[in-house]
Design a protein around this ligand. Structure first.
Ligand code: ZN
Ligand code: ZN
Length: 365
């Protein structure tokens, strides 16, 4: 094993990363060192890289990572499900590390821990210098939930588990029972298309998708969508189309994945009586949206926000991936061009232009 890691550091200069060699750490209690194998580029990486989302620097971006353990403390370490971890094990881990002690951790929302650390988002410090995926290694903080993974699943899929897959499972959990429900999903990016697939697996009655990119919209059919609606249609024609398709049955659950205020507003229009509206996409600064409280009351609406997820959601994501990876054309979500540790900067440039759901960086050497 080389004594140094190679890492692409973002120092806050727009569209610029610099490649550095960084000493491998001496592990403290509860820490693990991972050799990164595959990392995919998430939209939030692109927002930070292009300067549209401020964040602490210097940092190593990239949080959708899968890797192999290369160093861990001598004493027995268990993953979240109780399996013993050893060097060489293929693992994923939660996007965040949390303390387990604070009031938020105790209330079951560790993703809001008061001492939260988030991979791919933290300012590098003297001890933790390898906390992102655009790097040969990741140094895991104590308080990170880890999960041993099967070796027979495409690593490009495993890399996405700890972001989009787990977030979708958090959204599904908060929506309650999916079976027999009419579901509307707005946005067919990574979150939207996975939500279509999971709702199909969970026996939703009808799955409707609204999206502006025709190619993405068409692809949702292969993941189980029953009705594809172009976002460019007038709101009234969408509403008519939806109620005709559902033969006047209500939309029971709406997953809003775009973050567009227009779609958030429309969600209140499309929601049937008793519906749940799950807001997931609004993760960047937006203007206020006017809502009519009487409508919420009379239609018995429930509105929930989802941001990141709990370790249990990541466990569910792994289970659903095991069930679905050979059943759906998941390989169609990846860009044809493959990048490696030598050209991470080009990978980001390419991802900013690409219409694929994910661009992959292969970090195996
Ligand atoms: Zn992500
Ligand atoms: Zn905490």
């Amino acid at each position: 094993m080389s004594e140094k890691a190679t890492a692409w550091v973002f120092s806050g200069i727009r569209n610029t990363l610099d490649c550095r060699e960084i000493e491998l750490p001496k592990l403290g209690e509860g820490e693990i060192l991972v050799k990164n194998l595959t990392c995919s580029i998430c939209k939030s990486d692109l927002h930070t890289f292009s300067g549209t989302r401020p964040g602490p620097v210097p940092t190593i971006l990239g949080h959708e990572i899968v890797g192999k353990i290369v160093d861990l403390p001598d004493k027995c370490v268990l993953d979240f499900t109780g399996q013993r971890l050893n060097t060489g094990d293929l693992i994923t881990w939660t996007i965040m590390a949390s303390c387990g002690e604070c009031s938020y951790c105790k209330r079951g929302i560790p993703q809001k821990c008061r001492l939260l650390k988030k991979y791919g988002h933290e300012k590098l410090d003297e001890h933790f210098q390898l906390t992102g995926g655009f790097s040969s290694h990741t140094h895991l903080y104590p308080g990170t939930a880890t999960f041993k993974l099967p070796a027979d699943i495409d690593q490009r899929l495993l890399a996405g588990l700890n972001c989009s897959w787990a977030t979708v499972m958090a959204a599904i959990r908060s929506a309650g029972t999916i079976e027999g429900k009419n579901v509307l999903i707005t946005g067919a990016g990574m979150l939207g298309i996975l939500a279509v697939m999971v709702c199909r697996e969970l026996d939703a009655a009808k799955i409707l998708v609204c999206e502006k990119d025709q190619k993405r919209l068409d692809l949702t059919k292969e993941f189980g969508a029953d009705l594809c609606i172009s976002e460019s249609l007038q709101e009234t024609s969408v509403k008519t189309g939806v109620s005709e398709f559902l033969q006047n049955e209500p939309v029971d659950i709406i997953f809003e994945m775009t973050g567009s205020n227009e779609m958030v507003k429309n969600a209140f229009e499309y929601a049937g009586t008793g519906a749940s509206i799950i807001l997931v996409g609004s993760v960047f600064p937006v203007d206020n949206v006017e809502v009519n409280p009487e409508k919420i009351v009379r239609k018995l609406l429930q509105i929930k926000g989802i941001h990141n997820y709990t370790p249990e959601d990541l466990a569910s994501a792994i289970e659903i991936l095991k069930q679905t990876h050979q059943k759906y054309p998941l390989e169609k979500l990846f860009d044809d061009r493959c990048f490696n540790l030598n050209n991470v900067d080009l990978a980001l440039e390419h991802a900013a232009q690409s219409s694929s759901h994910r661009v992959i960086i292969d970090l195996m050497d």
